[in-house]
Write a protein that binds this ligand. Sequence first.
Ligand code: PEP
Length: 256
Amino acid sequence: MKKDVRKAIIAGNWKMNKTPSEAKALLEEIAPLVKDAGCEVVACVPYVDLATAIEATKGTNIKIGAENCHWAESGAFTGEISTGMLKEIGVEYVVLGHSERRQYFGETDETVNKRTKAALAAGLKPIVCVGELLWERECNITEEVVARQIKLDLWDVTEEELKNVTIAYEPVWAIGTGKTATAEQAEEVCAFIRECLKKLYNEAAAEAVTIQYGGSMNDKNADELLQKVNVDGGLIGGASLVAEKFAAIVAAATRN
Ligand code: PEP
């Protein structure tokens, strides 16, 4: 019950949307709307938008994140991007293990763990996504699924490193579907994730971790979700592409 010891983080996940010029325009629209935010504001954007996004947000309170990274420093990994490449241009956050990567690109808990370790070693702040499929929720194994993901994705992550990790609880059935988990469902699983972290680390370490909810969070439902004691922020897909909606979610996080 220690929401005040944690940093609220509202992060946009732009997915495969916006060209560099469109990214610049959107960030310039968002920046004045979120300048007084009482939470961390992050935009996670496609690789080719990163340099433009970093330039466009200089002097603002918006931090820039990537949507993935590889675990190797360099080498024969065609199409991949290393943590060093991201760091050098000023990227701070990186989304890892998003359900779309797990579903369409063969991401596993083992590769999420490797990417998480590499990101932390490079000084990036990973946003590690976990969450159950609809079928898994219907079979009543949400907790088993999430506990396994937390344990494996954070395998060998030290207590010190955990300070730079954000967890995003994203029920897969709620992502991009317009179906939001109820605030009670979100709170229940976010609280369970914190219990898992207590077992893996300790109470103080677990209480300090920012746990976001993601899955059709928008300007209408953000307040109710963010009021929950274990919901410390949001990972926002669709609504992060509309400046006013994203800013309204940031304002909700500031209020709560
Ligand atoms: C996401 O991409 O992480 C997400 C939660 O998407 P949406 O908000 O569109 O459901």
